[in-house]
Design a protein around this ligand. Structure first.
Ligand SMILES: [Zn+2]
Length: 412
């Protein structure tokens, strides 16, 4: 079992070697201790550039079992990349011009969603895939046009100035060094080559109940900072998502700027103070929102007394409702989730099912509780196609309206 550990203390006494990954200065300030971290994570802010990093203080297994915990010990089932998000595809497919792309570098190829996309749309392209977890690469490891490097990115030997396009989605935030990974990808790309980069955006929601600083993430990027950093490292920004989107999404082009030693000059000198304040607020908000969950759960229990309540979304919000809100799982009729049921049979003692299980039900008898923030609209649309029309949405339970038995939409 691989182990990874670094000794440090919450009071800011870091090992002498420890610098900000972006600006390489020893100006890390301890700002937060995540709730129930299994890795003993401590969160540090660079007071020069505003980068937020988690540093482990405990021995931990590098690939723990999947967990939908609402706390820091959440770990991946590694299914989030089963499919290429339509939002991503719309973003990269047109400007990347795959008709002229011959060689592709897939960093963190996981279960092969992007490789599958390429096989379907642009078959025969030469793909180099980097994925350290050999247990998930079976679908593509032996394809003739795929060269799989089954190792961590920093150990992969890649040709220089070689690739036309690189795909790196939800990988950079897990890296040992984001600087090292970005520069490694840049080195492997041809001049003018394109990198599609997506990571979670460090945004704090007013209704947060899930620990943001989860164990698998060593970096927590804000849109503007990652964009500035990529620019400093010798990329042009060809396209960018919105600064408040759930993900930071960037389409980057390798340019010829700069020498081999690249230094990062942060553009926004006020960012570190702003991030520090946000994290102080977040800590208070998380505690307060978790305490208030008992009111949400009272509404669910009330509904469950007269209707069949189905939870749609087996993720972290559901876990928080049970763990912090006191939701009684036995009062629920079913729990469904579009993806998670493939990996987990039971959650909090209940059978976890595909949403297809609802097709046989009388839609009028069901009230769907949407336990999702980012996918709430998608879930409601999908449930609507099954004829379901009674919804409660996480974060909107206190809407003072006769939700029960009406078709009232909550997207006001
Ligand atoms: Zn820094």
């Amino acid at each position: 079992m691989e182990m990874d550990q670094e000794k440090t203390t919450p009071d800011g006494k870091l090992p002498a070697s420890r610098c900000c990954d972006f600006c390489e200065e020893r100006r890390l300030e301890h700002v937060y201790t995540p709730v129930r971290s299994a890795r003993g994570m401590e969160v540090y802010l660079c007071d020069r550039c505003g980068l937020v990093q988690s540093i482990s203080t405990a021995v931990y297994p590098s690939r723990p079992m999947g967990s939908m915990s609402s706390d820091a010990d959440r770990s991946s089932y590694r299914y989030t990349k089963d499919v290429i998000s339509a939002r991503y595809e719309a973003f990269f497919s047109q400007p990347a011009d795959f008709s002229r792309v011959e060689r592709v570098l897939d960093v963190g190829s996981n279960r092969g969603a992007f490789i599958q996309y390429m096989q379907d749309r642009w078959p025969g392209r030469s793909i180099t895939a980097v994925e350290p977890d050999a247990s998930v690469t079976g679908a593509y490891a032996d394809l003739p046009n795929v060269d799989l490097k089954a190792c961590r990115f920093e150990h992969a030997i890649l040709p220089e100035n070689f690739f036309d396009f690189s795909y790196c989605a939800h990988t950079l935030e897990h890296s040992a060094s984001a600087r090292g990974m970005l520069l490694g990808i840049r080195r492997a790309l041809k001049l003018g080559g394109t990198l599609f980069l997506a990571v979670p955006n460090l945004v704090f929601h007013a209704d947060v109940i899930e620990e943001v600083f989860i164990d698998p993430h060593t970096f927590h990027f804000k849109h503007a900072l990652l964009r500035d950093f990529a620019t400093s490292m010798g990329f042009d920004v060809a396209a960018a998502g919105g600064p408040k989107d759930a993900d930071v999404v960037l389409l980057l082009r390798k340019n010829s700027a700069g020498g081999s030693k690249r230094t990062f000059c942060p553009a926004d000198a006020k960012l570190p103070d702003a991030v520090r304040r946000e994290i102080v607020d977040y800590r208070r908000t998380l505690v307060a929102n978790r305490a208030a969950l008992k009111h949400v759960v009272a509404r669910i229990h009330e509904a469950a007394a007269v209707r069949k309540v189905v939870i749609w979304g087996g993720g972290r919000i559901f876990d928080a409702l049970v763990r912090y809100g006191g939701l009684e799982p036995a009062c629920l009729y079913r729990v469904v989730d579009k993806y998670l049921y493939r990996y987990e049979d039971r959650l909090h003692g209940l059978k976890l099912e595909s949403p297809d299980a609802l097709k046989a039900e009388d839609p009028g008898s069901i009230l769907v509780y949407i336990a999702s923030r980012d996918y709430a609209d998608e879930i409601q649309a999908e449930a609507g196609r099954m004829g379901l029309s009674q919804f409660m949405k996480y974060g909107q339970e206190s809407v003072p309206s006769p939700i029960w038995g009406t078709n009232q939409k909550e997207d006001r």
